[in-house]
Design a binder for this molecule. Sequence first.
Ligand SMILES: Nc1nc2c(ncn2[C@@H]2O[C@H](COP(=O)(O)OP(=O)(O)OP(=O)(O)O)[C@@H](O)[C@H]2O)c(=O)[nH]1
Length: 560
Amino acid sequence: MSDEKTADVLRKLDVLKTRFREKASGDINLIELMAMDAAAGRGGQEEVRRAYQVLHRLAGSAGTFGFRALGEEARALELVLKPYLESETGAPGDLSEIHEMLLNENFIGRVRGLESLLAVEESEGEATETPKDSNTDSAGQPEVLIIEPEQTSGEYLANLLVPHGFSVQCATPRELFSKDLSRISVVLIRDDVLIAQEQIPWPSQDRPPIICIGSSDAFDERYRIAALGVDGFVSEPVDVPVLADYMERLINEKMEFGSGRVMVIDDDPELLERYSLILEGGGFEVRRVSSPATVLSALSEFRPDIILMDVQMGNFNGTTLARMLRFDPEWVGLHIIFLSSEEDSEFQFDALSQGGDDFLTKPVSDRILLQAARVRCYRARQLDKLASRDSLTGLLKHSLAKSEVGKEHGRCQRLDYPSVVAMLDLDHFKQVNDRHGHRVGDLVIKGLANLLRHRLRKTDVIGRYGGEEFIVALPNCTLENARRSMEAVCEQMSKIEFSGSDGTFSVTLSVGMAPLEDYEKPEDAIEAADRALYARKAAGRNGVTSINDLDWAQKESEPG
Ligand SMILES: Nc1nc2c(ncn2[C@@H]2O[C@H](COP(=O)(O)OP(=O)(O)OP(=O)(O)O)[C@@H](O)[C@H]2O)c(=O)[nH]1
């Protein structure tokens, strides 16, 4: 987040705090009047109930705005009133008992004291965090930093990593302190120069994953390295495709941890705004819902990863709302976190058994709020991925990729711009499996998947179509630009060195392409790209052929 944006969030949080203070002061006066009425025998249980509700709200919100002492005292007073509420439904409430309690407990005096607690403010400290920009260079490639005392061995490893689609720079441990580390996505460091990660001068607390390259694979050495706080370990000699895949996984995990879509449902406008600002400051996309009655349409539109929901919202109860959402099979798996100042474990257990997944007790600190959202969004996305992503490559599965290509087909025809669909197939892949084994074959497939992810744009659709076959849709791209892009992928693929059973080897790639908008149905465009791929294979593999390169007879022939 830019300095300007951070300042803007801080300004808004300040305005919210002022609003909270004004509202709380009004609430305290109200409770005092209600208590005085009840003590004087005017009104009765209804006054007690309303005072209880206002205290409950204060107890749940004051801490979040930095007035922890006020929240604690409001909570204590709320508990004093609670038994007299229960008497309304159970044992009959006696007004003289309430009167006596209000005087004995010095209740009115304590309510007046709440006002002075509005002056006792704690620093919230953690209010805004800087969300991660995805640390990629201008071409969209993740930036890798190799920390290596010996320049030549650093450069040697860098050259082997570049074909995998990484942008790599090297530094000696000494140079580290004068380097701009803000855009680094992953760090590789040799065990003999490894220092505790706190000693590396990261520009923010949000450091990239660190992988240590160790000369020994012994337990003691691994343990020593883990104690220094690194995130990954590979032992020498380094298998570069394995390392590239490892880096890819850590970068993705890091990027996904701390992003997501959160729906916040709360009828208290200040709390709703505050939670939302904190989450947005932490890098989340947030949808605010102040009226529970609008939740269904908001859900279909926004499709959150998780919901944070208040439990008591005027006439609505969060637990009932959660149960209602579960009526719809689409939201059965949606993660719902309740926010409530209710500490009673029975109550929490009941709420969870009604359809919630988690409980955060108010007041919720900014740090807890962000951490809970991060963990839950991450898990929700992982689960979602299991259904939609291919487990080996992390790319879209066949059916989803096909439907995304279909969507792009509709868009480019509607908006009248060119788009391209391409089919990619590894050459002589059977031989790779036969010579080096299936595990090495899998690494080659992952290598191509990672390369595509790095080389193509974020808006491009990339899917694993079959075993060693991939599908790509390039929106708003001419056939010529697509050819250049795909040729670059073919060239880089052929440069990656894989370690086989008898030394290193490389694998080439064939690509067939077709203009999406030229075909009536997306399946026809995919079939045309497949025919171009078949022609490419027949013409010698390792390169790109477009359907428009073919003559009439080839265009009509069946793909192999
Ligand atoms: N390791 C591995 N191999 C796979 C996977 N899926 C498919 N394959 C293999 O991919 C190979 C595909 O072989 P073919 O269709 O004969 O094609 P090819 O050898 O690549 O030859 P051309 O496409 O004509 O260049 C088969 O040996 C499959 O077993 C996978 O997930 N992992």
